[in-house]
Ligand binder design. Structure first.
Ligand code: HEC
Length: 467
């Protein structure tokens, strides 16, 4: 035995005597597993790797980033221009964030396709769904941190969504924003959630997720072991599977690096809450599908689209293992599950694509983010006008302690206030909606679509009747 080998041996013995690692290492490295041939079965590992990338790059960013409305933007500029390799680190973090959303979703679709959510893997699935939402929250909170125009207004749109939830919506939205507007308070709050709250939650759920994968092993592994090939298809975990995993990580790392080197994370002009010229409320890309859908449905149904659909989606995903009791895993034996999922995925992808195409041409004040309805020539108060106020204004302007003492929920109150006087150009209502009179309404939210504003103008022109 050479001296070197002997030395290594004695170190392992030394460690084994104290930590008892040998049985564990033998079990880990040399247990026999079936060959995994489909790269899609490694998506979970790819996600984990990108997460580690986020942790490491995030730690470095945090050394230079200063989360206040006065300093956030400059500190990002500093990272991009002055800190050695700072821009690569930021770009890796940016692309990693996007990659993580895609990979988690793909990992989940793969799990669905092979039926990995079924007994006994329900807990793995449920924790996975929770991890998907944690990932989305990570991306959402991280988006605000550069504090440029894009992040500011995208967060304005995003935090607008909870307003549509009944009863608690306004509290959630104000809690998220730390007030009526996006401010420095929102920034520090998002940073703390991004840096402390979400990582803690993620580690908890990831821990359970992993424990369950180890306990029940991967479905593909279990299936392969059942095959009659016997032990012929088996390999030892080390080096065979470890090699596969390493290859995959190299591919993911290279992809991230190429993305980071070829395309910078955006940094537009500094956030400027008063700069209407740059008011182009583009939501984050994974909200495109929801916003595109809103353009097809009437405004009254907006709360259903913004709150209802996502809530149903979460419930369906969480409950999936419990109502899909079909014990078969193979896709061809699950025609219903496959068709419903196929249609849903196709719809989401199509809406995201159309939404992305439309975001590029959405103009300031063009109603990006709100629903698009045709102009109504002779509007009725109860059918056309009231629903608009209900959906966009009632969160602040209803009841006795309404904002600015303005109750927009009843016709009588609107008449008493005299904000709907013809000609419409002179009405406070129209001037507020178009931003001619500041602050623009809905306060802190996107402009109403032009067609909706025109409908209100028509209603005023008609004498603002109570029909
Ligand atoms: C996020 C809360 C919020 C929402 C949503 C909101 N408002 Fe307001 N609104 C306010 C506040 C606060 C004021 C007082 C602001 C000021 O004048 O400085 C106000 C003022 C107004 C005024 C001016 C009152 C006056 O006499 O000057 C009008 C008109 C108005 N809102 C209409 C609307 C309409 C119409 C909508 C829906 C399309 C709407 N608001 C949505 C909070 C809101």
């Amino acid at each position: 035995m050479s001296a070197k080998k002997h030395q290594r041996q004695s170190f392992l013995d030394w460690l084994d005597e104290r930590a008892g690692i040998k049985p564990f290492m033998n079990e880990m490295l040399y247990h026999r597993v079936p060959r995994i041939v489909n790269p899609l079965d490694f998506l979970g590992l790819a996600t984990l790797f990108v997460f580690i990338n986020q942790v490491v790059t995030g730690m470095f960013l945090a050394m230079f980033y200063e989360a206040s409305s006065q300093t956030a933007y400059q500190s990002i500029q500093y990272i991009m221009t002055k800190v050695p390799l700072g821009w690569v680190v930021r770009d890796l973090h940016y692309w990693g964030a996007n990659a993580m959303v895609v990979l988690v979703a793909a990992h989940m679709l793969r799990g669905f396709y092979v039926g990995a959510y079924k007994k006994p893997r329900e807990i793995t699935w449920i924790t996975g769904v929770v991890l998907l939402f944690i990932t989305i929250l990570f991306a959402f909170t991280g988006y605000l941190l550069p504090w440029d125009q894009q992040s500011y207004w995208a967060t304005m749109v995003g935090t607008w969504m909870p307003f549509y939830a009944p009863f608690v919506g306004i509290y959630i939205a104000y809690l998220a924003r730390g007030g009526t507007y996006i401010s420095g308070l929102t920034l520090t709050r998002f940073y703390s959630i991004h840096m402390l709250v979400l990582p803690a939650l993620l580690l908890i759920f990831l821990g359970i997720h992993f424990a369950m994968v180890l306990k029940n092993q991967m479905l593909v592994v279990e299936e392969a072991e059942k095959k009659p090939k016997g032990t012929k298809g088996l390999v030892t975990f080390y080096p065979y599977t470890v090699f596969q995993m390493t290859m995959l990580i190299v591919v993911v790392a290279m992809t991230l690096l190429i993305l980071a080197l070829s395309s910078h994370a955006p940094l537009l002009a500094p956030a400027d809450p008063l700069n209407k010229a740059h008011y182009n409320p583009v939501p984050l890309w994974f909200f495109f599908s929801i916003y595109q859908l809103l353009k097809y449905i009437p405004a009254v149904l907006d709360p259903l689209g913004i709150i209802g659909l996502p809530t149903v989606a979460v419930i369906v995903l969480l409950a999936l293992p419990f109502f899909d009791k079909n014990p078969r895993h193979e896709p061809r034996h699950r025609p219903w599950a496959m068709s419903i999922a196929g249609v849903t995925v196709a719809a989401v992808v199509a809406l995201t694509y159309i939404g992305a195409m439309n975001q590029g041409i959405s103009q300031p004040g063009g109603g990006g983010g709100a629903s698009q309805v045709a102009t109504i020539a002779k509007p009725s108060f109860s059918a056309d006008i009231e629903p608009i106020f209900q959906a966009h204004c009632a969160v602040c302007h209803s009841g006795s302690n309404a904002s600015a003492g303005l109750d927009l929920t009843s016709y009588a109150s609107i008449q008493k206030l005299g904000i709907a006087k013809a000609p419409y150009q002179q009405s406070i209502l129209w001037q507020k909606l178009t931003g001619k009179m500041q602050p623009q309404m809905p306060l802190g939210g996107p402009y109403l679509p032009k067609t909706t504003i025109q409908t209100i103008a028509n209603w005023i022109t008609e004498g603002a009747p109570n029909n």
